[in-house]
Design a protein around this ligand. Structure first.
Ligand SMILES: *Cc1c(COP(=O)(O)O)cnc(C)c1O
Length: 857
């Protein structure tokens, strides 16, 4: 029998406890220990059972307990403190960054992401991409950046993982009840829910808008599970990365096009949009449509405006991780839509193709995003380089190093990930401002002053707590499987709170190679069976439901963990989530990461571990490639950054390197105990890593980088383009078209060095070149550059710099003379050439036209 209607009953808090709703509905609680403690201390068991979800928690506290609390003066004063902490946070002064002409601190940037990992109780994330988005919002809030978030609210979120008895991953999709979660529907002044309608191949798709408060940041989430929609449309926000390709297309139309509509429906006018991964690239199109319609602009000017104010971050060097749709699948959804933009369907398809002329190429969201934004970046230095190589076909005339994709390395939100005990130690020795100013090296330098014993004891306490957590979780896992008493008893004895503990937790994508450690099982067994120097491993992670290879890896690992010889020191924890992640990065001694270079774009779990004094052992991929120091003082590197053709051989070599590191360096150093049983040299490493890496690999530094390098330039450019009823945007667009047609007239001759005789270090070399400008091109339309640098044995540039040349007048036959000088800083073998790029004062990036002219000899 099913009920006719289902309704939620909400607790009626005694008036003195009303403030608890405020605390519950602002996700600020997820990084404020005072508020977290306040909730948890009421009833630890219930708090845990409610997945640390304060709304469900408040609704489940027995009325009697609530009444007792309302008479408990001690509790009330703690509540008052917590409320004060929230109020103070919310009323803090605006940011150090000023967005000019932005009165009332209105939102300037809209951040689009398909997933957000903010807190355990809002399960709309799958992995690193989501956690990064969550950390981005949290730091934006701390820094008071005028930003809002846009995403989807999934009824089933990402799947929950459990295992069959033989270790095969199974998926569960428990349903979220949004009324019991820290989100609320956005309503109009009259109390009506705000919703939007998106056209899906002629059918209206309705989405309701929910809001989550992330400190000062408003995060809007779209939900299609509404009565107006037919069943198949309701499923659009059913699960994250579930469903088929068409479902993914619907989700991306909803996020991109629906997201822009939602901003309008909310009365917001952010000037800049940030697309976190290509999923939201349709937002660029929708903005063009809106600019054309509302501002009455031609397509080109609208496109100029949209692209100049868009920021795109690409996240994956794995080709399959970049969404590609067959043109026929897209046709019903876009043929009419792009006609309204004045585009032929084929021209539109070209926007998503690496080779616009290839009719068979699927439509790639990453390519669309790259073409619709003027600021593109990868998420670590290495990933920037890999992305330039990966997407160079989009800029066919460009040398790879000039492909306009830069890098802003990810960071983690320190207050979220640093353990409470460690945070207290930081408060005392780093200074309380390390939370507000984690990118200030001065604070982290104080790590030096933490007494060795205190740092080590704190770390050991966190390891003990992790062991305790693992035992409890394991017990729960076993209970759920109907395990026998003996097995349950074993769960209480796994792991040794004193032993060297290595953690490995992440998505089980094959390139992450969770089983690298199992390459030589005999050797591994020898290492973990050393009773004098015990070694133990904790694993966790989910494989994508359709990834059988990933599931096989989990199975192999679980079966190994179950072997008699290692069941006490190798454990696999089911259902990896933010809770497990946080315990593990806080309590392990070593964080192991061995992706196949260069497939890890950045990797952030290692940074969370670093912030807790956990040492790294990782291949030189993602962030570790730029963080690692060759003296091993900050952690260890597996290999030296080689890339292999023969993958089996690579696995063999790198696994041997890993065993060697463990055997010869990591284990001996951990057990090299001096006075007071302290591993002095290890502790030294912990401090060095905090000092050097702490100020860099945190989300404040990351968000500040985005503000300075991307948001502010995009914002001011937008303001400039929209002045005088968008005249500059129109002018820029027609200049661009003119360049496209006239570029072919360019020519250059007589590239020469005007310095007589020998060239010496640090003495200027004068370079001249003559340029022909046809069809009315003017010298100020171009940027002539000397392109120079050291030349390797293969006669190619091994690195390069550019130096501008200036126009020096017109020759008698109408050619223009350009001159510049370069100063060799070292002796050696150098070369130079001359190139020409388009130039316009309002053009953010001279590479964005894809036009370039290289002087020929
Ligand atoms: C940090 C985190 C990740 C990302 O870890 P990587 O090192 O980037 O693979 C994934 N899942 C959860 C739950 C996390 O907390």
């Amino acid at each position: 029998m099913q009920p006719l209607r289902i309704y939620s009953v909400v607790s009626k808090l005694p008036p003195k406890l009303e403030a608890m709703w405020d605390l519950a509905y602002n996700l600020f609680f997820s990084w404020n220990d005072r508020i977290l403690n306040l909730f948890a201390s009421i009833d630890h068991e219930l708090w845990r059972r409610c997945q640390e979800n304060p709304v469900a928690f408040l609704n489940n506290i027995p009325q009697k307990t609530l009444e007792e609390l309302s008479r408990d003066d001690f509790f009330l004063s703690r509540l008052e403190d917590a409320k004060k902490a929230l109020d103070q946070y919310m009323s803090r002064k605006p940011t150090a960054f000023t967005f000019p002409e932005n009165k009332n601190h209105a939102p300037v940037v809209a951040y689009f992401s398909l997933e957000y990992g903010i807190t355990l109780s809002l399960p709309i994330y799958s992995g690193g991409l989501g956690i990064l988005a969550g950390d981005h919002l949290k730091s934006a809030s701390d820094l008071n950046i005028p930003l809002v978030g846009m995403g989807l609210l999934y009824r089933e979120g990402y799947f929950r993982q459990y295992m069959t008895p033989d270790g095969w991953q199974q998926e569960r999709y428990p349903e979220n009840d949004f009324n019991q979660m820290p989100v609320h529907p956005v309503r109009t002044k009259d109390g009506e829910p705000v919703s939007i309608i998106v056209d899906l191949a002629g059918q209206p798709l309705t989405a309701r808008i929910w809001e989550a408060r992330v400190g000062r940041i408003r995060l809007f989430l779209l939900d299609t599970y509404v009565p107006e929609n037919p069943e198949h449309f309701r499923q659009i926000t059913s699960s994250l990365y579930g469903g088929n390709l068409e479902m993914r297309l619907w989700q991306e139309i909803l996020l991109g096009i629906g997201g822009v509509k939602a901003l309008t429906a909310l009365g917001l006018e952010p000037k800049v949009i940030h697309m976190n991964e290509g999923h939201s690239a349709f937002a660029g199109l929708e903005r063009i449509r809106v600019f054309m319609q509302e501002k009455n602009l031609p397509f080109e000017a609208a496109g100029e405006l949209a692209a100049s104010s868009s920021v795109f971050t690409t996240h994956t060097p794995v080709p399959a991780g970049n969404d590609r749709f067959p043109p026929d699948l897209m046709r019903p959804y876009f043929e009419g839509y792009v006609r309204s933009l004045g585009l032929a369907y084929k021209v539109f398809l070209a926007l998503g193709r690496e080779d616009p002329r290839d009719d068979n190429e699927p439509f790639c969201m990453t390519v669309l995003a790259l073409k619709l934004s003027r600021f593109n970046n990868g998420v670590s230095k290495l990933h920037g380089k890999v992305s330039r190589n990966m997407w160079k076909k989009v800029w066919p005339q460009y040398p790879e190093e000039d492909v306009p994709i830069g890098a802003i390395t990810n960071g983690v939100h320190m207050p979220t990930w640093v353990a409470k005990d460690m945070a207290l130690l930081f408060d005392r020795y780093l200074g309380v401002n390390w939370r507000e100013d984690p990118d200030c090296a001065r604070f982290w330098a104080n790590a030096e002053n933490i007494p060795d014993a205190e740092l080590w004891r704190t770390h050991e306490r966190l390891r003990e707590r992790l062991v305790d957590f693992v035992r409890k979780r394991l017990r729960k896992q076993l209970l759920a499987k109907g395990a026998r008493r003996k097995e349950l008893q074993m769960a209480e004895e796994v792991l040794d709170p004193q032993a060297l503990t290595i953690g490995f937790a992440r998505r089980f994508a094959t390139y992450k190679r969770a089983h690298l450690l199992l390459q030589d099982k005999e050797r591994l067994l020898r290492l973990i069976q050393d009773a004098k120097r015990p070694l133990q491993f904790i694993f966790a992670g989910k494989a994508h439901p359709q990834d059988n290879e990933g599931k096989k890896i989990i199975q192999e690992l679980i079966q190994f963990c179950r072997r008699e010889e290692c069941r006490y020191n190798m454990v696999f924890l089911e259902d990896y989530d933010m809770k497990i992640a946080s315990r593990m990065v806080q309590g392990c001694d070593v964080w192991l990461n061995n992706p196949r270079r260069p497939l890890e774009a950045c990797g952030t779990s290692g940074m969370k571990a670093m912030a807790n004094g956990v040492m790294q052992c990782s291949t030189l991929d993602g962030w570790w490639d730029e963080a690692y120091r060759s003296d091993n003082r900050l952690g260890w590197a597996i290999g030296t950054g080689e890339e292999y053709e023969d993958l089996a051989y690579q696995d063999f070599v790198e696994s041997q390197t890993l065993y060697n590191l463990l055997e010869n360096e990591i284990i001996p150093e951990f057990y090299d105990r001096g006075h007071g049983n302290l591993p002095r040299s290890w502790i030294r490493g912990m401090k060095e890593a905090l000092k050097e890496l702490g100020p860099v690999f945190n989300a404040h530094r990351m968000v500040e980088d985005y503000v300075e390098k991307a948001y502010l330039p995009a914002y001011t450019n937008f303001l400039n383009l929209m002045r005088d009823s968008f005249e500059p945007a129109k002018a820029l667009a027609s200049w661009r078209m003119e360049m496209m047609t006239k570029w072919g007239t360019l020519n250059a001759r007589n590239v020469r060095v005007e310095t007589p005789g020998q060239i010496y270090v640090r003495e200027p070399v004068i370079v001249e070149c003559e340029v022909y400008l046809g069809g009315g091109l003017r010298p100020e339309d171009i940027l002539v550059q000397i392109y120079h640098g050291p030349v390797g044995q293969d006669d190619r540039f091994s690195s390069r710099q550019t130096t501008p040349m200036t126009p020096e007048g017109v020759l008698s036959d109408g050619w223009h003379l350009f001159r510049g000088d370069l100063i060799p800083s070292e002796a050696g073998r150098f070369g130079f050439t001359v190139r020409i790029l388009p130039h316009h004062p309002l053009l953010l990036d001279p590479h964005s036209l894809g036009l370039i002219f290289w002087a020929k000899s």
